[in-house]
Ligand binder design. Structure first.
Ligand SMILES: CCCCCCCCCCCC(=O)SCCNC(=O)CCNC(=O)[C@H](O)C(C)(C)COP(=O)(O)OP(=O)(O)OC[C@H]1O[C@@H](n2cnc3c(N)ncnc32)[C@H](O)[C@@H]1OP(=O)(O)O
Length: 182
């Protein structure tokens, strides 16, 4: 990796949340309209995420024709969206909701339209509200990654963070009802 992404040395202790998805279990969508993993996002990536051992998440994504960037290959922005969402599941293994504050992707090989991308993401550490994660994407052999991602997520109070924006969602009524429950 050729960037300034640095995980601090003085990390906090972390534990897997008792209510986190079990190993091998599909992780629930955080929002059915999410462009990354939402089943109700017609044009979205439709990532399928699974909880792994310890602090790992795996995911698969079919590289559909609508994701083309260069001729016959995936668009780089689509791939970075996928990394954002896959690594964005890591905080849910330790508990808090969190949003991306930093995301970077190293593109190592072209990724063909029609292929199935597989992802493995893992926690690198937590320091206060910051959660550091790393992910790789591969086409079947995890020892031959086609891209690598790094991200920092910051924990949020979900109700507070989204309060002014719920009305923009197609599921505004549902979210308003859910967030007004004690
Ligand atoms: C319905 C269920 C939904 C559940 C939601 C699940 C969604 C997951 C999947 C999708 C993920 C996304 O795409 S999220 C969408 C894209 N992201 C966003 O929209 C986030 C926009 N950013 C923000 O709203 C804000 O920056 C916040 C709220 C995240 C943080 O602001 P804040 O609360 O004022 O906190 P602040 O003090 O600035 O930062 C806290 C700590 O993080 C550090 N920090 C802040 N920014 C950075 C940065 N770019 N790089 C490094 N470190 C940073 C600070 O130095 C500090 O460290 P220290 O002092 O402790 O050392």
């Amino acid at each position: 990796m050729k960037s300034s992404f640095v995980v601090p040395a003085d990390l906090d202790a972390v534990q897997r949340h008792p209510k986190a998805a079990k190993v091998g279990e599909r992780m629930r969508m955080h929002n059915p309209l999410c462009y990354g993993c939402g089943e109700e996002s017609a044009e979205g990536l439709h990532l399928q995420m699974f909880a792994g051992e310890d602090f790992e998440v795996t995911a698969t994504m079919d590289v559909a024709a609508r994701f083309e960037g260069g001729p016959g290959v995936i668009h780089g922005g689509v791939l970075s969206t996928a990394f954002d969402d896959v690594m964005g599941m890591i905080p849910l293994l330790i508990g808090p909701s969190a949003v991306t504050v930093h995301l970077e992707v190293d593109y190592q090989r072209p990724i063909p339209i029609g292929s199935q991308l597989q992802f493995t993401a893992k926690l690198l550490g937590r320091q206060r509200r910051k959660i550091y994660a790393e992910g790789i994407a591969h086409l079947g052999d995890p020892d031959e990654p086609v891209a690598t991602g790094h991200a920092i997520f910051v924990t949020i109070d979900v109700r507070e963070h989204f309060a002014d924006h719920l009305a923009n969602s197609r599921l505004a009524d549902e979210y308003k009802a859910r967030m007004s429950r004690p």
